[in-house]
Design a protein around this ligand. Sequence first.
Ligand SMILES: Cc1cc2nc3c(=O)[nH]c(=O)nc-3n(C[C@H](O)[C@H](O)[C@H](O)COP(=O)(O)OP(=O)(O)OC[C@H]3O[C@@H](n4cnc5c(N)ncnc54)[C@H](O)[C@@H]3O)c2cc1C
Length: 636
Amino acid sequence: EKTLYGPQDAGIFIMERKSVTGALYNSSSAWLLEFYSSWCGHCINYAPTWRALASDVLDWNPAVRIGVINCADEENTAICKDYGVQFYPTFRFFGAFTKDFTQGENYKAEADREVPTVRHVIIDYLESLPAEHRPSACPSLQPISSSDITSLLTQKEPHYTAIIFESETSYVGREVILDLMQFENIAVRRALNSDKAMLEKLGVVSVPSCYLIYPNASHGLINIVKPLRSVVSSHLKSLPGVRKKAGAHSALPESLPSEDKEEDVAWKDYDKSKLYAADLESALHYLLRVELATHQTLEGEKLKTFKDFVTLLYKLFPGRTHVVKLLETLQEWLVSMPLDKIPYDAILDLVNNKMRISGIYLTNHVEWVGCQGSRAQLRGYPCSLWKLFHSLTVQAAVQPDALTNTEFEGDAQAVLKTMRRYIREFFGCRECAQHFEAMAKESVDSVKTAEEAALWLWRKHNVVNKRLAGAPSEDPKSPKVEWPTADLCPACHEEVNGLHSWNEKEVLAFLKRHYSAKEISLQYADPNEDAKNDNLHAKDPGGGADPGLKKPHDQPIVRPDFINKLVPKPIEKEKSSEHQEGNKMSVSFLGLGFSNIDMSLCVVLYITSSLFLMIMYFFFRVRSKRWKIRYNRPYV
Ligand SMILES: Cc1cc2nc3c(=O)[nH]c(=O)nc-3n(C[C@H](O)[C@H](O)[C@H](O)COP(=O)(O)OP(=O)(O)OC[C@H]3O[C@@H](n4cnc5c(N)ncnc54)[C@H](O)[C@@H]3O)c2cc1C
């Protein structure tokens, strides 16, 4: 995944796995980091505001720096996990001079994220820092007292001193102090409007007001028509003799590696009317190895949601057999685990097939085809997630028996409910999740059949398309329009009384075709060797579908022996596994393949050698007893 930010964005420090810990360790400044995901529409929409903020507080750099880290970049997955970031965008503060690892402090949940609010939240954070974590360059943000003002007015300083009179809740004074912190020949102070006599003496009639003491000790109120932070700051910066300190910029860690790998992914021609296995498998890869991997452990509702989701995937995923086998292995392992808390690394080991079980494999990188964007941060994962869930709803509708003997049997809303829980618990784009939850709450209960479920998701996806049309996350090459367009399905479109109307019967038929297992294209799919072999095994002699695709419910899944032993067999499968007894299967151990015959020979050899050893033992015991009796030697 590419970045939303680049070296051209002034004041934004682009962090990566290798640089983030070093940058935060013992830093002389505090930090505000945005953990974002380059595919997340809300992060894309928010990027201009974050850029504006970074450039707005550029002069505050010695006190606080603004950084970003792209958690959608798989290089950064581990670091985002270490920082406990699961949703995007997430904003975290880090104090200066931190020597121990910390996950930082969350940005105040109740505050909005507009530039002025973020500035205020930064100031609150700086003020809240204990002395040992305060940036050394940060000037005092505390208001000065009346006696301080009196002494400033009487003593002669070689520089300007600006005093901002304001109410206690105003941030203007503190903002101007930070704006001017890198400028020489000027000091800025803040004073409250509580001492009325002092205000009267200095002629301050309204707040905020800026009172200026010149280097020659003369002083007076500055006549600023609009006492706004930006106006006051630029006035003070333009005073004669006031200029930025030499070397102010050299204190910045310019050496932080920037995400300037600009290599562009080659465009793949594809057919919009097709569903690509590469997209579905990339979705699984991303959600299993990146999105879910940000969780250290799964427990409670998260674990239940994950288990249910994997069950549905295994039963309904219309993909290649080696992927379905992986899902089956994962599902059975999850069912067999009596634990109510599972470390995600254990799941990853299984997904990565660390046991090297033959015939199970999931691509280990993303390869977007129907979901590729004309720019790298567009489309990708969210697109593939939609496609994945549409496929599941459609498969549930076309295979009514697929969920028999599972807890979902007879539940028309099974996929939608699980999708809703997945999106709520795991989908990185928080605001997307909130929108989806609102839609589900409103109408998902009205769904009574699996076909209605497929149509419900189609309808709601179109609501999202309509809402997002023209948004910055829209790819001009793939405009967000109500789908399927007339070129894909002319029969879906009708006019009633001159108004456009959907023919839902035709839409359902189209969905069943488009998201059917038979129609999936293997073009650009991962040609991994394991995958290739597996395709050959599963080749459909009747032709039609691409080779290697799971045919609806007719392929018994071959389960490796030791998994059979590890996993209690579900009752419905007893029969089919009997058929498999004679199957030639291999278990790979230390890179060697052992067949069932090898394993049986091992057991026979083991028993024979044990028997032999026992016989030898008794033989010598009896002999030694005879010796004792014959020669009367009790010590032998
Ligand atoms: C649950 C969910 C909620 C989201 N909410 C938001 C949000 O609130 N704000 C935001 O900015 N982004 C949101 N997103 C992301 C957004 O919807 C898109 O996925 C993303 O912008 C990529 O768009 P895309 O152009 O690839 O097309 P997508 O909308 O992702 O569509 C992917 C593909 O699905 C097919 N398709 C399109 N419409 C339908 C339909 N009605 N029925 C069946 N198939 C269809 C088409 O082949 C299309 O190319 C959400 C994503 C998900 C999964």
